[in-house]
Design a protein around this ligand. Structure first.
Ligand code: ADP
Length: 509
C-alpha cells in the first residue's frame, strides 16, 4: 500500500480529489493522511566532513586569530556536526589583504577567457560532488534533501556555468562602456540557501574580475567551506576567494573594512539598514537583498488545483525559509471557500520530519531561535484574532519543527500580514476586484516577489505593471534561473542578482 502511494504524484492525488463535481464519490486528500510512506533516507556514508574547520584565507585553511570555534549543529537532531572558526577583525583584515593582493597582481589583469575557465571548473566540480553537497546542506540547514538535491545544488552549479560564460563577453554585456572590476567584494549571506547564495555572490564577482571575501551564516557554514575545498582543488589563484566564518561581528568587520570596495548582502532588513548606515559616505557600492512578504493572488478564473500546489510550494516546502516565500494568500471571494478547503486537505498530506528522508516535504526549522520567533508569531496571530489552522501531523520529538500553519480572517493591519515570519505560516485574506488585490498586495513595507494565478494573460500583464515587487510569477511560484534577475523594491532592498543585471553591481566604467 505504501509503495503504491509513494508512486502517486501530488498532481495525481489532486486530480483524484477534485476532478469530479460529485465530491462524495472521490476520496478527499485527507483520506491519504493515514497512509504511511516507507522511509527513504538518503545515506550520508559518502560525505567527508572534518571535526573542525579553519578559515579559508589566501588559498589555505588557517586557524582563527582568536583561536575560538563554535559548534554547527544538525537542527533535525540537535547533534553537533563540526566546529567552525570564529573570525575576528584581524582575520577579516588578513582575508581582505589577500583579496586585494590577488586582485592587483593577478585576477583583474587576467584575460576574461582565462577567468572563465576557472569559474567553469568550479561549476563542474560542484556537479561532480553534487550528492555530497546536497547531504551536507540538508544536515547543516534542515531543509528536505529533495530541495537541496533538486534545487539548491544544481542551481548553484548553473550560476557558476552561467557567469563563466559572461567573463570574456563583458564588452558585449555593456557595449561601448569598457567595464572594469571594482576590486574586493565583501559578501555576507544568510542561512536559507547557503551554497546557492554563495554561488549567487561569488560567480558574478569573479566573472567581472573582482576578488572576494565571503561570510556564510553562523548556522550554515559547512557548504561554503566545502566550496572552499573545491576552490582550492580547482587551482584558482590564492586570495581570489576567501571564506571567513563567524557571527554578525565578523560580518560587520567585512562591511567596515576600508579595503572592501563593494558590499553584497542577503539577509534581514534590520541588518541591511545597519549596513546601509555603515557604508554611507564611504563610496562603497552595495547590493542588498532583504526581507519579503509576498502575496500569492488567486483569481476566480485560476486553475485551482495548480494554484493550491503553488501556494503550498510557495510557503510550506522549505519551511517558509525563503525571502520570496508566498507568505500571504489573497484569494478572490468567489473561490475562497474551495481554495481554502483544498489547501487544508493538501496540508494534511504534507510530511513534516526527517529532512534526510526523500519523502519529506517540510524539514527542520534552521535553529532554535528561529523556531521561537515563528512560535511567537503564531501566538501574535491568535491574539490578533485571526483563525488558526494547523495540519494534524505529529512532529518529531527531537529537533526544531513546526507544523504547516494557516491563519484565516486576517486583515491588512495585522502583524501577520505586515511582518516577515520566515516560517511555514500563511496569512489568508480575500478580495473582490483587481484594484483591491493590487492595493492589498502592495500595501506592506516589502516588495520582493508575488504570484498571480488566473487564466487571463491580459490580467497578468495589467497586474504585473502595477505590482511593486521585483519578481512576479504567473501561474507558478518560486521558479529560479541564473539568467533571470532577482531583487526587490522598498524594504526588500536594491540591486539585482542573476542574469545580465547581476553583472552590473560588480563593474565600474
Ligand atoms: P537572518 O534573520 O536571515 O538570520 P541576518 O540579517 O541576521 O538574517 O543574517 C544574515 C547574515 O548577516 C549572516 O551571515 C549574519 O551573520 C550576518 N550579520 C548579522 N549581523 C550583521 C551585521 N551587523 N553586519 C554584517 N553582517 C551581519
Amino acid at each position: 500500500m505504501a509503495a503504491a502511494v509513494a508512486a502517486t504524484t501530488s498532481s495525481d492525488i489532486n486530480s483524484m480529489s477534485t476532478s469530479s463535481t460529485k465530491r462524495s464519490a472521490v476520496p478527499s486528500l485527507s483520506f491519504f493522511k493515514d497512509w504511511t510512506y516507507v522511509p527513504a533516507p538518503e545515506s550520508s556514508d559518502h560525505i567527508h566532513l572534518k571535526d573542525q574547520y579553519g578559515l579559508f584565507i589566501n588559498g589555505e585553511f588557517v586557524r582563527p586569530h582568536s583561536k575560538r570555534y563554535f559548534d554547527t549543529i544538525n537542527p533535525a537532531t540537535e547533534k553537533k556536526i563540526a566546529e567552525i572558526a570564529d573570525a575576528d577583525e584581524k582575520d577579516v583584515d588578513a582575508a581582505v589583504t589577500a583579496a586585494a593582493n590577488a586582485s592587483a597582481k593577478i585576477w583583474k589583469r587576467m584575460p576574461g577567457k582565462e577567468r572563465s575557465k576557472y569559474i567553469y571548473r568550479i561549476a563542474r566540480m560542484i556537479q561532480e560532488r553534487a550528492r555530497e553537497f546536497a547531504v551536507i546542506e540538508t544536515m547543516d540547514g534542515g531543509k528536505p534533501i529533495r530541495e537541496s538535491r533538486d534545487v539548491d545544488v544544481p542551481l548553484a552549479a548553473n550560476h557558476f556555468f552561467y557567469y563563466a560564460g559572461w567573463a570574456d563577453k563583458l564588452d558585449y554585456a555593456f557595449p561601448n562602456r569598457r567595464p572594469q572590476p571594482l576590486g574586493v567584494a565583501g559578501q555576507i549571506i544568510p542561512w536559507n540557501f547557503p551554497l546557492l547564495m554563495a554561488a549567487w555572490k561569488i560567480a558574478p564577482a569573479l566573472a567581472c574580475g573582482n576578488t572576494v571575501v565571503l561570510k556564510p551564516a553562523e548556522t550554515t557554514s559547512l557548504t561554503a567551506l566545502k566550496l572552499a575545498e573545491i576552490i582550492q582543488e580547482s587551482g584558482l589563484p590564492a586570495g581570489v576567494v576567501n571564506i571567513v566564518t563567524g557571527f554578525g561581528k565578523t560580518g560587520a568587520a567585512i562591511v567596515n573594512h576600508p579595503g572592501v570596495n563593494k558590499v553584497a548582502f542577503t539577509g534581514s532588513t534590520d541588518v541591511g539598514k545597519i549596513i546601509q548606515k555603515a557604508i554611507a559616505g564611504t563610496g562603497k557600492k552595495a547590493t542588498l537583498e532583504l526581507g519579503g512578504k509576498a502575496a500569492n493572488i488567486v483569481f476566480d478564473d485560476a486553475p485551482i488545483d495548480q494554484a493550491v500546489e503553488g501556494i503550498v510550494n510557495g510557503i510550506f516546502f522549505n519551511q517558509g525559509h525563503v525571502c520570496c516565500a508566498g507568505s500571504r494568500l489573497l484569494v478572490q471571494e468567489g473561490v475562497a471557500e474551495i481554495v481554502i478547503r483544498k489547501l487544508k486537505d493538501r496540508m494534511e498530506t504534507l510530511i513534516v520530519g526527517d529532512p534526510m528522508d526523500k519523502n519529506t516535504d517540510i524539514g527542520a526549522i534552521n535553529s532554535k531561535e528561529q523556531l521561537k520567533k515563528i512560535n511567537e508569531y503564531i501566538s501574535i496571530g491568535v491574539n490578533e484574532g485571526a483563525e488558526l489552522y494547523q495540519s494534524s501531523c505529529t512532529l518529531p520529538s527531537k529537533g526544531f519543527f513546526c507544523k504547516p500553519t494557516l491563519f484565516l480572517n486576517t486583515s491588512q493591519s495585522h502583524r501577520l500580514v505586515q511582518e516577515e515570519i520566515f516560517g511555514p505560516v500563511l496569512a489568508v485574506q480575500t478580495f473582490r476586484t483587481v484594484e483591491e488585490a493590487i492595493e492589498k498586495a502592495n500595501n506592506i513595507p516589502y516588495g520582493l516577489s508575488a504570484g498571480i494565478w488566473t487564466d487571463k494573460g491580459s490580467k497578468i500583464f495589467n497586474m504585473t505593471s502595477k505590482m511593486r515587487a521585483g519578481v512576479v510569477w504567473a501561474n507558478t511560484y518560486n521558479k529560479f534561473d541564473p539568467t533571470s534577475p532577482f531583487g526587490g523594491y522598498k524594504e526588500s532592498g536594491y540591486g539585482r542578482e542573476g542574469g545580465l543585471h547581476g553583472l552590473l553591481p560588480y563593474v565600474q566604467w
